[in-house]
Write a protein that binds this ligand. Structure first.
Ligand code: 13P
Length: 287
């Protein structure tokens, strides 16, 4: 059964580790992330962007697929199904479809509007039993056609949004989605430290997990990050393994063209990558 992400993240914050949010793109992705979580006994969050939701034929399809897998694969670890960077309308659709957690990304609105919309969603999520993530300070890079600059959030604005009763908060600290450019300045730990001092026990979220060096990830966890989002890195290892299979001509040997064979090396690469991240984040054995 799907669970909200609140409790697993509060436990992670208290235990000084982080739970991974791995974005899913299709059936293989979902199965791989769940396999890695179950085999390592890690709690896990399945992230679905609005674009990925559309790609997978809508939120109801996603909910049906995930619930089916939890049952048929005999998954015992806590799993949250979470909307990633949701619009207000997207949040409402996911609440209705049966997601257990949502992120409302109002970071592109003036802070007053972000606060007003987040506040409304706090009330709705509390009533329906979902967990809610909010965002302050746009996270850079490109995701679903939305390009942010990787700014640092204003700690006072973070406190303002935290005080609305959200369950966890994504704050920009110089992180960006996708690959980091060669001239990237690194994470702003001063900003993170200030935010955590003002927001106390509230679990903080680090987006753009791909390509952040391990020591920075560990330091971020020390400073209160309890949820780390990873998407691009799984896509890269999947593409690389699939390319190798094709380049070796394996699709032309026997029934190597069967999608169950063709997608296997990529799937195994995702499982390995997710396990590696769970190890790094410290969530292994915490389910
Ligand atoms: P990456 O694609 O950089 O790993 O970021 C994922 C993310 O933050 C999803 O919200």
């Amino acid at each position: 059964m799907l669970v909200p992400a609140k409790e697993m993240l509060q436990k992670a914050k208290a235990g000084h580790y982080a739970v991974g949010q791995f974005n899913i793109n299709n059936l293989e992705w979902t199965k791989c992330v769940l396999t890695a979580a179950e085999e390592t006994k890690s709690p896990v969050i399945l992230g679905v962007s609005e674009g990925a939701g559309k790609y997978m034929a809508g939120y109801k399809t996603v909910v049906g697929m995930v619930n089916g897998m939890l049952e048929e694969m005999g998954i015992t670890v806590p799993v949250a199904l979470h909307l990633d960077h949701g619009s207000y309308e997207g949040c409402m659709k996911c609440i209705e479809a049966g997601f257990s957690s949502i992120m409302f990304d109002g970071s592109h609105y003036p802070i007053e509007e972000n606060v007003a919309k987040t506040k409304e969603l706090v009330a709705i999520c509390k009533e329906k039993g979902l967990s809610l993530e909010a965002e302050v300070g746009a996270i850079g890079g490109e995701e679903d056609g939305v390009v942010g600059m990787g700014e640092c959030a204003d700690p006072q604005e973070c406190k303002m949004v935290a005080d609305l009763g959200v369950d966890f908060l994504a704050a920009g600290i110089g992180n960006i989605h996708g690959k980091y450019p060669a001239n990237w300045q690194g994470l702003s730990f001063e900003t993170l430290d200030e935010i955590q001092k003002l927001t106390g026990e509230l679990p903080l979220v680090l987006h753009g997990g791909t390509g952040i060096p391990d020591d920075m990830i560990k330091k971020a966890i020390d400073l209160g990050v309890s949820k780390i989002n990873v998407n691009t890195e799984c896509q890269l290892v999947f593409a690389e393994a699939t390319r190798k299979y094709i380049e070796a001509g394996k699709d032309q040997e026997g029934k190597g063209y069967d999608p169950r064979k063709l997608l296997k090396p990529g799937s195994e690469a995702i499982i390995d990558k997710v396990k590696e991240k769970m190890e790094l984040f410290g969530s292994v054995g915490q389910a």
